[in-house]
Design a protein around this ligand. Structure first.
Ligand code: ATP
Ligand SMILES: Nc1ccn([C@@H]2O[C@H](COP(=O)(O)O)[C@@H](O)[C@H]2O)c(=O)n1
Ligand code: MG
Length: 208
């Protein structure tokens, strides 16, 4: 039997997280500007940015036994099984000294959402939702030029479909819990960030 505090800190599967970090999920369609805005939030508010997509791409490069499976899923715009992505996120959180994280591009479907909650016991403080029309996201992705294997029109269309069918329901789930902060992401980067700032500021801003 553990103490009351230990019991309160236990995840649903009985694991005891090393710490109880503040987590903000950052969601939105492919190319809505999640990574761009996360970089700004890191600078201004001291969060650590964890992109699920970046962690999966790093796993491919590392030569992991899951590398080929992950690469094939990403090329098809499909969602990698939760256990793989959650392990990567958990490791990144545990290895980091910070206590506040932006988790970008996760949870991408109901399976991601429920598994993360069960395994880590972490509930997001809130969810940023970058809302952007498909035509604008398509324009941005086709001119991103970062050499991503999924930034081609065929895969982009598949990613849009997955977003509508699997990711939007997760946003609706959190909306029903009043946790979604919806942002018009079709505007220029600086204007979008003004809205983002108003959500995090003033009490969290780093003193210069
Ligand atoms: N508000 C904006 N206006 C115009 N271009 C933008 C805006 N925000 C981001 N971009 C550009 O659009 C492209 C996609 O942005 P970003 O990589 O931040 O999107 P993302 O949501 O992380 O996409 P993905 O889901 O594919 O990882 C980048 O080239 C970025 O410079
Ligand atoms: N929770 C996630 C996040 C991402 N993926 C896969 O990675 C691709 C790229 O993700 P970005 O956020 O960097 O756009 C995505 O299309 C998925 O194939 C995932 O499986 N699960
Ligand atoms: Mg991104």
């Amino acid at each position: 039997m553990g103490t009351v505090v230990e019991a309160a800190n236990k995840g649903a599967n009985g694991s005891i997280p090393q710490k109880n970090p503040t987590v903000v999920f950052v969601l939105g369609g492919p190319g809505s500007g999640k990574g761009t805005q996360c970089a700004n939030i890191v600078q201004h508010f001291g969060y650590t940015h964890l992109s699920a997509g970046d962690l999966l791409r790093a796993e491919i490069k590392s030569g992991s036994e899951n590398g080929t499976m992950i690469q094939n899923m990403i090329k098809e715009g499909k969602i990698v099984p939760s256990e793989v992505t959650i392990k990567l996120l958990q490791r990144a959180i545990e290895e980091n000294g910070n206590d506040k994280f932006l988790i970008d591009g996760f949870p991408r479907n109901e399976e991601n959402r429920a598994a993360f909650e069960n395994v880590t016991g972490i509930e997001p403080a809130f969810v940023l939702f970058f809302d952007c029309p498909e035509e604008e996201m398509e324009r941005r992705l086709l001119s991103r030029n970062q050499g991503r294997e999924d930034d081609n029109i065929e895969t982009i269309r598949k990613r849009f479909k997955v977003f509508l069918e699997s990711s939007l329901p997760v946003i609706n789930y959190y909306d029903a819990k009043a946790k979604v902060r919806k942002i018009d992401a079709a505007r220029p980067v600086e204007e979008v960030f003004e809205t983002v700032k108003a959500i995090f500021a003033p009490k969290n801003e780093k003193a210069d």
